[in-house]
Design a binder for this molecule. Structure first.
Ligand code: PGA
Length: 255
């Protein structure tokens, strides 16, 4: 298991907060949340706000940042796109890949997500690979099948590098519905076993697996107490500095 990995609290801002709001948030959050040496905190602002956010948190090395998506190629004639190498120049740590909104709205399928993960690793950034089932897939009894397919596609294209994953049931994203601790625990176990099957025991044991989907102050402690949950990826509840600060400062119990 991941006894050594510090829990990660990640904020996915999606298409919210331009540079001005990102800077303002950074100021408020920094005064509300004191660095906790036992955990990591990372923000994923829109790409256009990254530089402002990184500058505004210069005095807070405990607050990391990442990009929400990158192009699958190193460079080229791809109007509007951003490469992982460019993102790395801004002083980021992380990059998301395969968020369900990218999969649904932009056609990021398993092959594309895997290519993006490779570019992210090449650039020196750390990928957070998002995976998860839709409600239809869950109801059809396809939970394991979907997660295994998404995981194997990525593991088949990387070279054994340790990865961070975010299990986000699509039906829980932005809906107010959260997986029960039992459901989250079961899914995290499936994810770790699929990593073991596709990449071996060492990779499975070192994998950091976040939970995402309607995480909020009222359920964070319950979710963080689930065995196998190594952190959270928070959307809506990360947009308000006070709310996200209370999530990040939650009690980690006997972890
Ligand atoms: P949510 O989003 O917390 O608003 O459900 C989570 C995510 O999409 O990462």
């Amino acid at each position: 298991m991941t006894a050594r990995a510090k829990p990660l609290f990640a904020a996915n801002w999606k298409m919210f907060k331009g540079p001005l709001e990102a800077e303002e948030f950074a100021g408020s959050f920094s005064s509300l949340y004191a660095a906790h040496p036992d955990r990591r905190v990372a923000f994923f602002p829109p790409a256009i706000s990254l530089e402002a956010f990184v500058r505004a948190t210069e005095q807070r090395p405990d607050l990391e940042a990442g990009i929400q998506d990158v192009h699958e190629e190193v460079d080229g004639a791809h109007t509007g796109a951003i490469s992982a190498l460019m993102a790395a120049q801004v002083g980021l740590t992380w990059a998301l890949a395969g968020h369900s909104e990218r999969r649904r709205e932009f056609g990021d399928d398993d092959a594309l997500v895997s290519a993006k993960v490779c570019r992210i690793l090449d650039s020196g950034l750390k990928p957070i690979v998002c995976i998860g089932e839709t409600l239809e897939e869950r109801e059809a009894g396809m939970l394991s099948e979907v997660l295994e397919r998404q995981i194997r596609a990525v593991l088949a294209s990387v070279d054994g590098e340790p990865l961070t994953w975010a299990y986000e049931p699509v039906w829980a994203i932005g809906t107010g519905l959260t997986a029960s601790p039992d459901d989250a625990g079961e899914a995290h176990e499936i994810v770790r076993e699929a990593i073991r099957g596709g990449g071996g025991g060492e990779l499975a044991d070192s994998a950091v697996i976040l939970y995402g989907g309607s995480v909020k102050p009222g359920n964070i402690e319950q979710l963080m107490a689930v065995p196998g949950v190594d952190g959270v990826l928070v959307g809506g509840a990360s947009l308000d500095p006070e709310t996200f600060a209370s999530i990040c400062a939650c009690s980690l119990g006997a972890r």
